[in-house]
Design a protein. Structure first.
Length: 243
């Protein structure tokens, strides 16, 4: 497994997409935090949650990066050579997912703490201190959300195997579908409560913004359950289909 992890790390970082993704994710999140700080009203002090408004932009970039880590191999047929060298396809998928998830977690932590630091330097006051459990969750929890989102993206990429299709699903689902589902008469709001990325947002949001039906940590556990289910489906698919 150590060799597999090293191999997947080398394969990932010898392409340009993760490097551009890192720059884009950090640039968007930290840059947006700086804009918020520069344009805030003097009469309303900034708080920790205000520094994290750009986190969703970084999440979208991470989803695309994670999907491309899989679909690019299918596009150029390098996945066949990988499976020939390592017949245990499950181990390959686990190693690839682990490498991408760790990178996503690191991006998330740097983005979150970088955004908080920039906001505090530009226009921070005592309200910007990370003083409560909710504050810690809003900042330090970003890495957990990004890692689980990366697992979902790798699973979707493995199931779809085409970059355009996988990226379309991963962009349309959190940005459009999860919001439009609320329009379903009667059941819409209840279905919305159980959308995966809605629960990711509720885990990161302060309590006064929203009240998750299962609490913030329950929301994270639910997101992890969705990621595990999709990963299991991807594992079955990768072992049954031809490369």
């Amino acid at each position: 497994m150590t060799t597999l992890l090293a191999t997947e790390r080398i394969k990932l970082f010898t392409t340009r997409s993760p490097w551009w993704s890192i720059v884009a994710a950090l640039g968007l999140t930290i840059g947006f935090a700086g804009l918020v700080a520069l344009n805030h009203s003097e009469g309303r002090p900034l708080q920790v949650e205000h520094s994290q408004f750009g986190i969703q932009f970084g999440l979208v970039v991470v989803l695309v990066m994670a999907a491309l880590a899989v679909t690019t191999e299918y596009r150029f047929s390098t996945i066949r050579a990988t499976f020939q060298a390592v017949p245990n396809r499950s181990a390959v998928l686990v190693a690839k997912t682990a490498v991408v998830a760790v990178l996503a977690a690191v991006i998330g932590e740097i983005a979150a703490f970088g955004s908080w630091t920039v906001t505090r330097v530009i226009a921070g006051g005592p309200e910007m201190a990370i003083a409560t459990g909710a504050d810690v969750r809003m900042v330090a929890g970003v890495g957990l959300v990004y890692a689980l989102a990366a697992v979902i993206a790798v699973a979707v990429g493995t199931l779809v195997r085409q970059s355009a299709g996988a990226i379309s699903i991963l962009l349309i689902w959190p940005l459009l579908v999860e919001n439009l589902v609320q329009l379903i008469p009667g059941a819409g709001p209840h279905i919305h409560d159980w959308m995966p990325f809605v629960n990711a947002e509720r885990f990161l949001n302060p309590p006064e913004f929203t009240t998750p039906p299962i609490g913030p940590w329950g929301s994270l556990a639910y997101l992890a359950g969705v990621a595990a289910a999709l990963f299991a489906a991807a594992m079955v698919a990768v072992n049954r289909r031809d490369a």
